[in-house]
Design a binder for this molecule. Structure first.
Ligand code: AMP
Ligand code: MG
Length: 431
């Protein structure tokens, strides 16, 4: 068995005391293997799931040539035959769902509505706004149109036999409509990834419990729940675990038994009660990293087994996240998220990064990546501007709620002046 330690040592630049974010991401990507089980679900349940197979279009969409406009369909040859003004007699009409079936004769046209089948012998549509109508005849300028105008061709949206959506796609709103347009009511998707998580710390209290001096409410379990839910991952909340090796071991084994991935928070730093670190060293194949990253410096990554030692029982990928609430969110988004996408069987969608002008000077040390919380707006010229939220402390969760983006201050970057350009990652996508 290749161990994580063997593997990590092979990565160029590997320095466990200051591992660059990009190297950590590369190692994690390498160790994330997709779930293989497939299930068939009804169309609506496919939203946010991962397609198991290519979806090959069983039909042409649209199925037949049809009109893109309300207007008059005619034989485009008339455009050359009747230069200047074209005059045609209206022979009948076609509505969406109601065809005009006989072939037109020379000098005729057919009143058509958007979506109506194009009548036999016709190939061009003049929009109704472009004609003048006198009784049964329409007149329009030939020069305003080219042959084939305003016609939607069969298969122009999706051609029969062509892949309409690729395996690995995370199904979005447009895809549900697209699948429906193909007549597909049931879809093969990968089974949902299962992620178990718990918080560690003797100071943590759960909701509803009294808060004694020195205690804090556990917030990490709730942000983790929410981040997993938004990725449509099956989240298994295993509660708060005390800083006690036996309790931690039981919780880890239980988590590995029931999940593909185990996430913990707290206990991976160098404090006296940081047992997660001591414990999982013997327990699994785990590397402890000090990431060249802020927030989120301490992080454990590896595999744990339900049997309590490498190779025994059910394996799970393991991320020991830091305890500080902002660090949990930053490490989740920057390190864990991509692994979860890969393990779900999905193709990782590109993460847009945009350039913004910093409205203020920012202190930054070269040699680590910083993910500050920022508020981005667009100015009157359409340029993005970004302002860091007030406190950037890794325990200040309100900075995440206030922000709408991460400022990504890359590894080599040093202090930033007001007016400098920085990278930002917006929190919300539109679709
Ligand atoms: P640790 O890494 O366990 O030393 O935790 C670092 C800091 O994060 C401490 O101030 C903890 O009280 C805090 N912390 C740890 N876990 C949580 C949690 N689940 N919810 C809120 N704060 C936490
Ligand atoms: Mg702790």
């Amino acid at each position: 068995m290749t161990t994580l330690n063997d593997f990590s040592r092979c990565i160029v630049q590997y320095d466990p005391h200051a591992l660059p974010v990009s190297s950590a991401q590369a190692i994690v990507r390498e160790w994330a293997s997709p779930v293989t089980a497939v299930e068939r679900v009804p169309l609506h349940d496919a939203l946010d799931r991962v397609l198991a197979d290519d979806i090959v279009s069983p039909i042409n969409v649209p199925a037949h040539d049809n009109s893109a406009m309300d207007g008059y369909a005619f034989d485009g040859a008339s455009l050359e035959a009747q230069a200047g003004t074209v005059s045609l007699r209206v022979a009948g009409k076609a509505l969406a769902g109601h065809a005009f079936e006989r072939a037109i004769k020379a000098g005729e046209c057919v009143r058509v509505m958007t979506g109506a089948l194009i009548p036999p012998g016709c190939d061009t549509i003049v929009p109704q706004e472009a004609v003048t109508r006198e009784a049964d005849t329409v007149h329009f300028a030939a020069g305003a149109l080219t042959r084939g105008a305003n016609r939607r061709l069969a298969g122009e949206d999706l051609a029969q036999g062509q892949p309409a959506l690729r395996a690995g796609r995370i199904v979005r709103a447009s895809d549900l409509g697209l699948l429906a347009s193909l007549g597909i009511g049931e879809v093969a998707v990968r089974r949902r990834l299962r992620v178990a998580f718990f918080s560690t710390g003797d100071e943590l209290r759960s909701l509803g419990e009294p808060l004694e001096p020195g205690c804090v409410y556990d917030s990490n379990r709730h942000t983790l729940f929410a981040m997993l839910r938004r990725m449509n991952i099956a989240a298994l909340d295993l509660g708060v675990v005390r800083d006690e090796p036996a309790a931690l071991e039981a919780a880890l084994r239980n988590a590995a038994e029931s999940a593909d991935v185990v996430l913990t928070s707290g206990g991976v730093s160098v404090g006296e009660a940081d047992f997660t670190k001591q414990l999982v060293r013997t327990f699994g194949d785990v590397a402890f990293w000090s990431l060249a990253m802020r927030p989120g410096r301490p992080l454990a990554f590896g595999r744990v087994w339900s049997g309590g030692r490498p190779g025994a029982g059910h394996p799970a990928l393991f991320f020991g996240l830091p305890g500080n609430p902002v660090a949990v969110m930053v490490t989740f988004y920057q390190i864990v998220r991509e692994a979860l996408i890969v393990m779900s069987g999905a193709t990782v969608p590109p993460q847009p990064v945009i350039s913004a002008t910093s409205t203020q000077a920012i202190r930054k040390r070269a040699g680590r990546t910083e993910f500050q919380r920022g508020v981005a707006t667009r100015d009157a010229h359409g340029q993005w501007r970004v302002t860091p939220t007030g406190s950037q402390g890794s325990g200040v969760l309100s900075s995440m709620s206030e922000a709408n983006c991460f400022l990504v201050l890359v590894h080599e970057q040093a202090d930033i002046d007001e007016g400098d350009t920085v990278d930002i990652m917006l929190f919300d996508g539109l679709v």
